[in-house]
Design a protein around this ligand. Structure first.
Ligand code: ZN
Length: 209
């Protein structure tokens, strides 16, 4: 893994941590932000308001590591709320921010900030999921994490959606998604019989309406 720890002075850059759900992206983001804090750097963290799965004010990994963050709805709010003394800017769940994040991340890095971004690189159909693919091209450092396929145990690069929806963004955790490898991935919604004990809550709620 390429790390940018040796860089000194006021040079900004972009680090992207990508991969499917359950691959440890938020944990890796939190780990890097903690290291920056230990190095006495000023750290500011942002996350999208859309992602309220575990907490409304902290970035939280599925493994329950957490770090306080500022909640925003638009990427432009990062610039508006930025403490310009910050050395490091962490951004979680980049996939929820859309195209506007590309310009914001570039401005931050050009302005001398160390920008660390975490997000999904592909969507529920397995397609590149903007803005992360564009950010990978602009980044100095890229880390692609893999999860474990819940069906066969192989390294998994896909986020399998388990609830029926054609929407690009459906916020959910283990009740709505699981990690699958290339071979086991079913673009769109899994056709497997839903086991009663694993029945997604979102579907149950929809049907009880
Ligand atoms: Zn598999």
């Amino acid at each position: 893994m390429v790390t940018m720890d040796f860089v000194s002075g006021n040079t900004g850059w972009i680090e992207v941590i990508c991969g499917p759900m359950f691959s440890g992206k938020s944990e890796e983001l939190i780990r890097r932000l903690r290291r920056a804090m230990i190095a006495r750097k000023r750290v500011q963290v942002f996350k999208p308001a859309l992602d309220d799965r575990y907490s409304t004010t902290a970035i939280v990994s599925h493994g329950d590591m957490r770090m306080e963050s500022e909640v925003i709805s638009e990427p432009s709010e990062i610039l508006a709320k930025l403490d310009w003394r910050a050395d490091v800017v962490g951004i979680d769940e980049a996939n929820f921010f859309g195209h506007g994040l590309i310009d914001v991340a570039t401005k931050l890095a050009d302005g001398g900030k160390q920008v660390i971004i975490s997000g999904l690189d592909t969507d529920f159909m397995g397609r590149p999921f903007s803005p992360v693919p564009e950010l990978l091209c602009l980044a100095e450092s890229i880390t692609k994490l893999l999860a474990v396929c819940v069906r066969c145990g192989n390294p998994a690069k896909h986020t399998q959606r388990l609830v029926p929806s054609s929407e690009l963004v459906v916020v959910g955790g283990a009740d709505a998604y699981e990690a699958r490898c290339r071979r086991c991935f079913e673009p769109g919604v899994s056709k497997q019989e839903v086991l009663e004990f694993a029945r997604p809550r979102a579907v149950a709620a929809e049907q009880s309406r």
